[in-house]
Design a protein around this ligand. Structure first.
Ligand code: AMP
Ligand code: GLY
Length: 420
């Protein structure tokens, strides 16, 4: 089979790595890819969508896997399917689970899926009045649309909530994505993420992870795309996992089918373990980043076979096997991320940091790098995702930091407390 992956981050590097292990694979192309992916696959940048369609035709692509949310929410999967191309990834309608918070909340209400109380607003006076008249001080204010992970404000006080409402609705801080907002009850508990793949009817679990969203050690500093992750998620005991799977994931897949927008693709469910059980914080219509980098190296089964089965309503007959034990991913970033960074350092130690001995295997996935002559340059905010396996979390953590210590460049920054 000839496979095309769309995207060019650490998540797509991890997907490419898993797919290249498949006996079904003939040729792998990644668009645009990155210098790490280029060691496994052919990387091709397409200037526009017609160029992408040309590439799919000339390379005789049998399956397209879409990594990031933006093309999914923009309907790329539908446009490919209209051309008769096999795609793994949700339709534009189904991707609304991530593309619109109000859509996702409304859907959960309709299908009795546990979540915080919420309300939608597009008028700031009404939204501010709602906050002023509410008994609770704390609320969560969210831009309805995609805001690159920045559209959520967890407000401790009414003043903070009102400031967030005004900047989204009156000052258009997130442009069109914030033209309407949802205000949510602020719930408390430990967070964990649950990953599934679905063929539209049947969901199969891929794994669980906990990510570290804050930039600084001890969960301090600004929110980021994720500074590290551990899998399995320590908070998801077998009982909670079973509850979340039955009350949330299975209901999402059956509810989406019932509502005539069958969900085919990866489904990422962000959960909070409240006193009343797991509740939905958010859905994403894709794999997570760095969650893909921490989960996929644990996979022993063939990912490509599962992706194909998902495009043929065949997941009910599949079963994925994983390495026992744990995996830990540490993100190596350029200092200053998520704010302004100074890019351009030459990375050293990359080859030495990749080890391959079973339960201790380590992987270096590229997120924000570029190639200059023979050098790999740290160009992005998040630059590398370093993953190691271990018999347990402590061992995986030890192994991951051992690999991290081999890699260096001027201005490198990473958290020291991932999985501690
Ligand atoms: P999101 O971008 O939706 O994942 O939200 C970012 C973070 O905000 C989550 O990881 C939670 O820590 C927090 N959050 C979102 N919604 C709520 C809520 N209703 N109650 C408490 N915390 C929340
Ligand atoms: N790590 C969070 C995300 O992929 O959205």
């Amino acid at each position: 089979m000839n496979v095309l992956i769309i995207g060019g981050g650490g998540r797509e590097h991890a997907l490419a790595h898993a797919i290249t292990k498949s006996p079904l694979l003939n040729k792998l192309i990644v668009s645009p890819g990155n210098p790490g992916i280029a060691k496994l696959a052919t990387c091709i940048t397409c200037a526009d969508e017609p160029a992408l369609f040309d590439l799919i035709e000339t390379a005789a692509i049998d399956l397209v896997v879409i990594g990031p949310e933006a093309p999914l929410v923009d309907g790329l999967a539908d446009r490919l399917r209209l051309r008769g191309i096999r795609v793994f990834g949700p339709s534009q309608q189904a991707a609304m689970l991530e593309g619109s918070k109000a859509f996702a909340r409304d859907f959960c209400d309709r299908h009795d899926i546990p979540q915080p109380a919420w309300q939608r607003f597009d008028n700031s006076t009404e939204a501010c009045d709602f906050i002023r008249g509410h008994a609770a001080d704390g609320h969560v204010i969210k831009a309805d649309g995609l805001a690159a992970g920045k559209g959520v404000v967890v407000a401790d006080t009414k003043d903070e909530a009102i400031a967030a409402i005004t900047s989204m609705l009156d000052d258009a801080q997130f442009g069109h994505a914030g033209a309407s907002i949802v205000i949510e009850e602020r719930i408390t508990g430990i967070e964990a993420s649950l990953f599934a793949m679905s063929d539209g009817k049947h969901a199969m679990m891929i794994g669980t992870a906990q990510d570290y969203k804050r930039a600084g050690d001890g969960d301090t500093g600004p929110n980021t795309g994720g500074m590290g992750a551990v899998s399995p998620a320590p908070a998801l005991t077998p009982h909670l996992l079973d509850t979340a799977w039955r009350n949330i994931v299975e209901k999402v897949i059956s509810g989406m089918a019932q509502d005539n927008m069958p969900y085919q693709g990866f489904l990422y469910t962000g959960l909070m373990m409240t006193a009343d059980g797991p509740k939905v914080i958010e859905f994403n219509c894709r794999f997570g980043d760095p969650e893909a980098e921490v989960i996929l190296p644990r996979l022993k089964s063939d990912l490509l076979t599962a992706l194909m089965a998902a495009t043929e309503s065949g997941l009910a007959h599949m079963d994925l096997r994983f390495h026992d034990g744990a995996a830990v991913t540490v993100i190596m970033a350029n200092g200053g991320y998520p704010g302004p960074i100074k890019a351009g350092g030459v990375i050293t130690g990359l080859d030495a940091a990749t080890a391959n001995d079973g339960a201790h295997a380590a992987y270096v996935f590229h997120a924000g790098t570029s190639q200059k002559d023979d050098d790999i340059i740290a160009t992005g905010g998040r630059v590398l995702a370093v993953t190691a396996l271990g018999h347990d979390q402590a061992e995986a953590r030890h192994n991951a930091y051992q690999q991290v210590a081999m890699i260096d460049w001027p201005g490198v920054y990473y958290r020291k407390d991932i999985a501690r």
